[in-house]
Ligand binder design. Structure first.
Ligand SMILES: Cc1ncc(COP(=O)(O)O)c(C=O)c1O
Length: 364
């Protein structure tokens, strides 16, 4: 096999990044271990406990439970599964999940797999969920309310404490998807965390802003008993039950998550956040100077209304960029996205132009 992976030079829209060197090293060492079988691989099983403890520290949750999942998708699916089981125990036959339109598409997979229905509520002009719409949507059948803390398309954070209160008023669980945002939120002036918002479960992925190797997602639950909803008996293993979705799992992901977090938490992540946020604000200002409509980056993610042919022109230049559902260019200022790269991108954008959507219309 001669193939080599692409470098990160022109990657501007990925939610993953280059692993930290300590994470890369740990991943290599633990490549052939399986935290799904703690009786055979006790060291990596202990590392997973450590990963959960560290993720709890990031999310300000004492004594957390959870595990290192394959990614945010698995963690979200499992959160829905927990809520469905709890709802069934309350006699709810057709459980629903109330979630913002900004929620990641993994919830659609969860709904499909778990036979729950989704009630999707709109976001406001600032791309945050509308609380009045959530209040209207929640009812006795609601198993789970979802809030997003760092949305995939705009990097926005929903009003977490208020959402939690609505969920609990109806006896539903409350899940926060901080798959991408979880490693930057501790350094922002957010007004909530697990410690003072009624969050029951959270997705927080080391393999995104945490700089772990893929696969390393994270599921945290406030109360140990929530994981019991997922547990199945494991007759041929030395341990008696398993709450994870996959059986054999990546020890490389687990070990690299611990290595990255132990190296970077908190100061390294704080510096990384400052750089990423400054880059996002710099890019937003440049795009605005060029005449594009820009969605303000509240977290290090910039969306801008760049016409389709300009977008294609930039892809032709080798920029690996993607768009929101409404067609805006989205640039995720991950740690590998340096100011120099952004400056080269802005130069190409200015050269590829056109500057306004009208100019595109004229060309058509
Ligand atoms: C907010 C959010 N949740 C969940 C996911 C899914 O994570 P994964 O791709 O690791 O399964 C993503 C992916 O970008 C995300 O941005």
């Amino acid at each position: 096999m001669q193939a080599e992976p692409e470098g990160f030079d022109r990657v501007l829209s990925s939610m993953c990044t280059e692993p930290h060197p300590s994470a890369r090293d740990a991943a290599e060492r633990f490549l052939a271990t399986n935290p799904g079988d703690p009786g055979t691989y006790p060291t990596v099983a202990d590392l997973e406990d450590r990963a959960v403890e560290l993720l709890g520290e990031l999310a300000s949750l004492d004594d957390p439970s959870g595990y290192v999942a394959s990614g945010g998708t698995e963690a979200n699916i499992q959160a829905v599964r927990i809520a469905r089981e709890r709802a069934r125990a309350r006699g709810i036959d057709s459980p629903t999940v109330v979630l913002p339109e900004s929620a990641h598409f993994s919830f659609r997979k969860a709904a499909d797999l778990l036979d729950v229905s989704l009630t999707v509520v709109p976001t406001d002009a600032g791309h945050r969920v509308r609380l009045d719409a959530v209040r209207d949507a929640v009812d006795e059948e609601t198993a789970l309310v979802v809030g997003v803390a760092g949305s995939t398309e705009y990097g926005r954070v929903d009003p977490i404490p208020a959402l939690g209160a609505i969920a609990h008023d109806y006896g539903a669980l409350f899940h926060v998807d901080a798959a991408w945002g979880g490693f930057v939120l501790p350094f922002t002036d957010r007004e909530w965390h697990f410690g003072h918002a009624p969050v029951d479960s959270m997705t927080i992925d080391p393999h995104k802003m945490g700089r772990a190797a893929i696969p390393a997602g994270g599921l945290l639950v406030r109360d140990d008993s929530l994981l019991d909803e997922l547990a199945v008996d494991t007759p041929y293993l030395e341990t008696t039950s398993q709450a994870t979705l996959s059986g054999t799992r990546s020890g490389a992901g687990v070990a690299s998550a611990v290595a990255a977090i132990e190296t970077l938490w908190p100061d390294g992540y704080a510096a990384q956040y400052e750089r990423s946020q400054e880059n996002a604000e710099w890019l937003a200002a440049r795009l605005s100077d060029l005449g594009y409509d820009v969605v303000d980056p509240t977290l290090p993610l910039v969306a801008a209304d760049v016409p389709a042919n300009t977008f294609e022109g930039l892809r032709d230049e080798g920029w690996r960029i993607s768009r929101t559902a409404s067609g805006e260019l989205r640039v995720v200022c991950m740690p590998h996205v340096t100011r120099d790269k952004l400056a080269a991108f802005v130069d190409d954008l200015a050269a590829v132009g056109p500057r306004t959507p009208n100019a595109v219309a004229d060309d058509d």
